[in-house]
Design a protein around this ligand. Sequence first.
Ligand code: SGN
Ligand code: CA
Length: 513
Amino acid sequence: MKFPFFLLIFITSVCSAQRPNIIYIMSDDHDADAISAYNKTLIQTPNIDRLAKEGIKFTKNFVSNSICGPVRATLITGQHSHLNGMKDNRTRFDSSKMTMPKIFQQNGYQTAIVGKWHLHSLPTGYDFWNILPGQGLYFEPRFITMKNDTVTEHGYATDLITDKAIDWLNKRDKNKPFMLQVHHKAPHRYFLAPLKFIEAFHNKHFPEPATLYAKMEGHGTAWKKQTMSILLDMKLCSDLKVDPAYLMDIPELKPDSAEIAYYKAIFNRIPEPDRSAIKKIYAERGELLKKIHPTGDSLLKYKYQWYLQDYLACVASVDENMGRLLNYLDENDLTKNTLVVYNSDQGMYLGENGWFDKRWMYDVSMETPMLIRWPGKIKPGTEFTQLTQTIDYAPTLLDAAGIKVPEFMQGVSIIPYITGKGGVIPRHSLYYHFYEYKADHTVLEHLGIRGERYKLIYFYTVNEWELYDLKTDPMEQHNLYADPKYQTVFLTLKKDLIELRKQYKDEEKVEGL
Ligand code: SGN
Ligand code: CA
């Protein structure tokens, strides 16, 4: 049968109109506590909060390996690290694998990714990509183009990444649905914001977490080995922007040559006149250190405030750019038919246990924010309190587009549960496995299981177990493993953990399991 051409056009456009567009936004190390939809005590993020108001907020969303590259590999494969091969940040992702963007493409979607990629091999499965090399830079960042050229661009990373996203949206084929990933560098370490946000945050004072001054006593080998202490490991110059000149005569604070070089490299990239203005603001920190030489807890007190000022200033810029992107959707009649996700690669320590960074299976870093807006499908202002995990992202996005979820993906689509049909995800607990010990912050390898109530962690290289009751001890400070009253809980969880490893095909031999 022959269709008249106009009818064919009509049918295709009606069909494609029914398929939602997808914008997936991932920031780097953005903890839920730094989003006002989750916690109002640190910062206001009105634009990110729009997704919570107009959509759904996930309150128990977790990663399975709290480190950047592995999360991103899980995002596109729907598989845990041991299956997708990306166990740590150093691994090169095998770009010949079948992935979520490739499946979108095969199903008639236009696909694009801009920003942080961090999988070392170049992106495949995208009609357009423009990525930061490695961790990327804040000012005058370099981007890798599809020709594999590395080009330095003028501006600030978060603004530029948003510009690129909007630019691609303008240029795309408007007759096809799209799946766009917008991956920010911010607010990742070295926490450097644009001048106006440094100005807005440098005088702010933040509440201290209850465990900021936590001591090692009572904790295991992994705590003793970690190097993620704000007091001992966060650098005054390269992380907190204190001009080394202020510290050269203070033996206990004097930076080494590597830190000085890092400081210079960061500042040299900031164009004038902002560089001088930013230096002027940060001079306050140098003056103070020179004047009072704080040490121990008193130094920690200052470092914590400065860390949060810098980190949250970066978040403010992410929020501003989120506003630009959401406005673009409003102005271009795209809001209604676009599912928008806001997500971070993992959680982040903002002073809990005296730490920064992530990696641990403890909730602070295992939990990661997720907000989804999908007008007409997801009821505005709802909360989702069931356990969800990184392996679910790809199945969920594919399912939203009406695309069959392939067998190789290990997660489940959450769509039926968040679009009003109700029901409970058929899964009681989540699997976790962190591998990257010999790297920054020296957090020991560990694996474990997280249920609604309890969490069991096994640091297998030192044969140490930790068991937490998340209801009575949400900050995971009291290891119940050796408590005879919890023997049955321990044995049940250990059995479940072994089962979970089988179910997810983690066949790596682990001593003691
Ligand atoms: C860098 C940071 C670390 C951070 C890792 C991984 N050091 O190496 O603090 O843990 O990235 O972060 S820095 O001095 O180079 O900033 S991740 O988000 O990419 O996994
Ligand atoms: Ca990260």
